[in-house]
Design a protein around this ligand. Structure first.
Ligand SMILES: [Ca+2]
Ligand SMILES: [Ca+2]
Length: 71
């Protein structure tokens, strides 16, 4: 169950430079801040790739939102 407001908050935590896209480097950094230091940039990229629907290897909010289980 997810609502768009909390999804935007979560997305903003990962989108460190605020450009509207999450890169592998940003994902890795955000996970480290959340206490998960085992996410390498390679792992981060494969997670992004699994949700990336337009193939630019970046995660937009729309792709992030579509990947969530909205119950
Ligand atoms: Ca960004
Ligand atoms: Ca994308």
């Amino acid at each position: 169950m997810a609502d768009i407001e909390s999804a935007r908050e979560t997305f903003a935590k990962f989108d460190i430079d605020g450009d509207g896209f999450i890169t592998a480097a940003e994902y890795k950094k955000a996970m480290a801040q959340l206490g998960d230091h085992f996410v390498t940039e390679t792992v981060a990229q494969s997670i992004i790739d699994s949700k990336d629907t337009n193939g630019d290897r970046l995660l937009s909010f729309e792709e992030f939102w579509n990947s969530l289980d909205k119950g």
